[in-house]
Design a protein around this ligand. Structure first.
Ligand SMILES: Nc1ncnc2c1ncn2[C@@H]1O[C@H](COP(=O)(O)OP(=O)(O)OP(=O)(O)O)[C@@H](O)[C@H]1O
Ligand SMILES: [Mg+2]
Length: 360
């Protein structure tokens, strides 16, 4: 296996800078998720790696070889496109065989490898069908088989689960993950779905407006986002403006419109700086006012329940904590609080994360 390195990769389409100075490494055998909203440059990045778009600037290095100028067929990339792009007039077998025939393999070898990979992705017996005779999940696995059958050095996946319904998408996440681990294949996985990125990736690279915002392990991206834009994009969070007024041991002290809050903070935050506080809804607890004794390491605010929504396993609350701040809180199914009720709102000082306030 080989590592994939993108160095200062830039792509302009006329005035549009689709990708700006992207530097990113996918270590050998790892899965890196390239995550970002629609139009942020994900597909453009993959197309440059696969050789379908020529970078305006920058280099692409696979293993120890610079492939920036190589034609697609010499790059050893297996790609699954955003919309599968199976050939409609070819059967499953013929679709999967295509890349091997292009490479001039002999007929018996093609048949053997196609048979093996179709078994492996659970499509044994469906080889004679046409794409229109397959379910979405089967089409998706055909596209995966077609990418894997050439034994690529790197696998490029562009929103491979986007066309599937929610339940199948969840199953396929785990399936792709185990396939990727088994083949131990260097993978760049594009998605706009943060849950998918967190589940699948060894590391997540967050891209916005063509610029890389942050690269890190899923936990790090989720709990320690580096910008308010990343915090807001990855999962649900409450963002409160605040100003750093001091320190209390390990924690920063912030004045917010809802009161004083202690929080963990990004290392570059200093006293006097404007900050943004991120608190995840699942880290906040609601109690009767004044009931539990105040504890060290816990922030406590007073609030009034404004809304309560049943979400199945969770109850979603909007709680007015004063100063014009509505906090989103998600509690377990049994949460008894009612609309209009006064509550005590608490969250650990470690669960509050302060970030420098800059325009994302
Ligand atoms: N051939 C092109 N000509 C001009 N602009 C383009 C071209 N291809 C892409 N763009 C622009 O480049 C930007 C990035 O597009 P890209 O397809 O890479 O986004 P994406 O992150 O894959 O989005 P999505 O999640 O919707 O698939 C967009 O603003 C898009 O309009
Ligand atoms: Mg795209």
């Amino acid at each position: 296996m080989a590592s994939l390195r993108l160095q200062g990769l830039t792509k302009r389409f006329g005035d549009v800078v689709a990708v700006h100075e992207l530097t990113l490494e996918v270590p050998s055998g790892e899965l890196v998720a390239l995550l970002g909203p629609s139009g942020c440059g994900k597909t453009t990045t993959l197309r440059m790696v696969a050789g379908f778009d020529v970078p305006t600037r920058g280099r692409i290095v696979l293993g120890d070889r610079d492939i920036t100028a190589d034609p697609p067929e010499r790059r050893d990339c297996g790609m699954v496109f955003q919309h599968y792009a199976l050939f409609p007039h070819l059967t499953v077998e013929q679709n999967v065989a295509f890349g091997l025939e292009m490479r001039g393999l002999r007929r018996p070898d093609v048949e053997r490898r196609v048979g093996e990979i179709l078994e492996r992705v659970g499509l044994g017996g469906l080889g004679r069908r046409y794409p229109r005779q397959l379910s979405g999940g089967q089409q998706q696995r055909t596209a995966l088989a077609r990418a894997l059958v050439i034994s690529p050095r790197v696998l490029l996946l562009d929103e491979p689960l986007a066309n599937l319904d929610a339940k199948l998408r969840e199953e396929m996440r785990f399936y792709i993950r185990s396939l990727q681990r088994e083949f131990h294949i260097t993978t760049l996985y594009v998605t706009h779905d943060q849950a998918e990125a967190l589940v699948l990736a060894d590391r997540v690279a967050v891209l916005m407006n063509g610029r890389l915002q942050q690269v890190g392990a899923p936990e790090e991206i989720y709990h320690r986002p580096r910008t308010p834009a990343v915090a807001a994009f990855i999962g649900l969070t409450n963002l409160l403006p605040g100003r750093v007024t001091g320190r209390s041991g390990e924690r920063l002290v912030l004045e917010t419109p809802a009161g004083t809050v202690r929080a963990a903070g990004a290392p570059d935050l200093r006293e006097g700086m404007e900050a943004m506080l991120s608190v995840r809804p699942e880290h906040i607890e609601l109690d009767r006012p004044g009931e539990p004794a105040s504890r060290d390491g816990v922030n406590r605010l007073r609030g009034v329940v404004q809304e309560r929504t049943f979400l199945g396993s969770l109850i979603d609350f909007r709680v007015d904590v004063g100063g014009g701040v509505l906090l989103r809180v998600q509690g377990r199914g049994g949460a008894p609080q009612r609309v209009g009720e006064q509550v005590s709102v608490s969250f650990d000082t470690t669960a509050a994360w302060a970030l420098p306030r800059r325009e994302g």
